[in-house]
Design a protein around this ligand. Structure first.
Ligand SMILES: NC(=O)c1ccc[n+]([C@@H]2O[C@H](COP(=O)([O-])OP(=O)(O)OC[C@H]3O[C@@H](n4cnc5c(N)ncnc54)[C@H](OP(=O)(O)O)[C@@H]3O)[C@@H](O)[C@H]2O)c1
Length: 371
């Protein structure tokens, strides 16, 4: 029987779909209206990532697109079509989301929170009681700055760094409430920051970190143009050089999520932190950025405990441009990955996200050419 997936055309969804389509005979792409049809976009993605033609044809033959409006009751379908769709499904992967941290809060709410409620309604309507796989984010931990965050943790007492996080938190709450109310199991996957060193291509989904990187590049270009000298510029960054950011290769995230799905749920809602076993320190990120921009403008990013009372004009510019990202420079928290470790899916063998990897990721022409 078919499975359905939302967000299959995105950075994570494309990788997930590739693996899921190998394991399931029929995959329904729940995609939004307009633009190039989702199935065609997937085929272009597969070509761009170098899959042989016969493998692409085999995957394409298993795909069917159903155009839906995520925020609308019954996904914008007629009652008859909605029921027919629901009754077909054994599994639903809900991966679609608006991930633009600076997006309009109403858009984030509609796509991420309301959209999840609509997908729950789909899971609820099906006679085959499909298993719901909900793609969340470690960001549901919000502004909690330190400590070990466990997979069972879910509360809003620390507030949120962005409205995106809040919208995803409310989506996860909706999944838990539904499961508690109906007794239906669900799996919640919480990936960390997803990265890839795959070469950019017009038919590959845009990397979500692109926005941040483009901002950084524009900023450095502006500083280089307005600066009086070519001497090394020192910019004080409110943050902690020992702060931790968890970054995981998107291909690995998709692999882990599908592996997890092969195991029977152990509770009503099984939550997994889909994270790298080793965090990246912010001092490494600062080093990588220094090296990347060295040719345009030599900058030293110097961490300071709090924003300086009298920032230089350059620092003011940096703080304004990068305001969404700065709070993440201070968090010293770790995301517990007991779920993955229990299944033997993560450990020392996980390929590193190290200096070389990050240079390949952020130094790619996608970032350097499009700024
Ligand atoms: N990227 C990360 O670092 C990261 C980290 C943790 C968790 N996540 C989670 O992983 C999931 C996938 O993220 P991603 O990085 O793959 O994002 P992405 O590349 O921006 O892809 C988002 C996907 O959602 C679809 N979508 C967006 N708005 C929609 C709407 N209103 N109706 C229907 N479909 C819509 C997009 O369709 P179009 O192609 O038509 O735009 C696309 O397929 C999300 O749930 C996100 O919260 C991502």
């Amino acid at each position: 029987m078919p499975i359905a997936i939302t967000g299959a055309t995105g950075l994570l969804g494309t990788r997930l779909l590739e693996i899921l389509a190998d394991r399931h005979d029929s995959v329904i792409l729940l995609s939004r209206p307009g633009g190039i049809p989702a199935r065609e976009r997937i085929v272009r993605y597969l070509r761009a990532s170098g899959r042989p033609d016969d493998a692409i044809a085999a995957i394409a033959a298993r795909l069917r697109t159903v155009v839906v409006e995520l925020e609308r009751p019954m996904l914008g379908l007629t009652q008859q079509r909605f029921r027919a769709l629901a009754d077909e499904l054994d599994e639903i992967w809900h991966c679609a989301a608006s991930i633009d941290l600076n997006s309009d809060p109403q858009r984030l709410h509609l796509t991420n929170t309301v959209g999840t409620r609509r997908i729950i309604e789909l899971a609820d309507a099906g006679v085959r009681t499909p298993m719901l796989h909900h793609v969340s984010t470690i960001g549901v931990a919000g502004r909690r700055p330190v400590g070990r965050i466990y997979e069972d943790d879910l509360d809003d007492s620390y507030g949120f760094t962005t409205r995106y996080e809040e919208s995803k938190y409310l989506a996860e709450v909706a999944v838990r409430e539904w499961s508690a109310r109906t007794g239906r199991p669900a799996v919640v996957h919480r990936p960390s920051v997803l990265v890839t060193d795959q070469r950019p291509h017009p038919h590959l989904p845009t990397h979500p970190l692109l926005t941040g990187m483009q901002l950084a590049r524009k900023l450095v270009n502006t500083l280089a143009m307005t600066g009086e000298s070519r001497e090394r510029l020192v910019v004080r960054i409110p943050g902690d050089p020992q702060a931790l950011v968890n970054m995981l290769q998107v291909e690995e995230a998709a692999r882990l999520m599908v592996e997890v799905s092969a195991h029977a749920p152990t509770s009503h809602v099984d939550t997994y932190h889909i994270v790298h076993p080793r965090d990246v320190r912010t001092e490494l990120l600062a080093d990588v950025f220094e090296e990347l921009f060295e040719d345009i403008l030599p900058i030293s990013w110097r961490f300071v405990p709090s924003a300086p009372q009298q920032p230089t004009p350059w620092e003011t510019l940096v703080y304004q441009t990068m305001s969404t990202f700065l709070p993440f420079m201070s968090y010293r928290r770790r995301f517990d990955d007991l779920g993955l470790r229990r299944l033997g899916l993560t450990g020392d063998f996980t390929a590193p996200v190290d200096r070389d990897y990050l240079m390949r990721t952020f130094g790619s022409e996608q970032y350097t050419l499009s700024a």
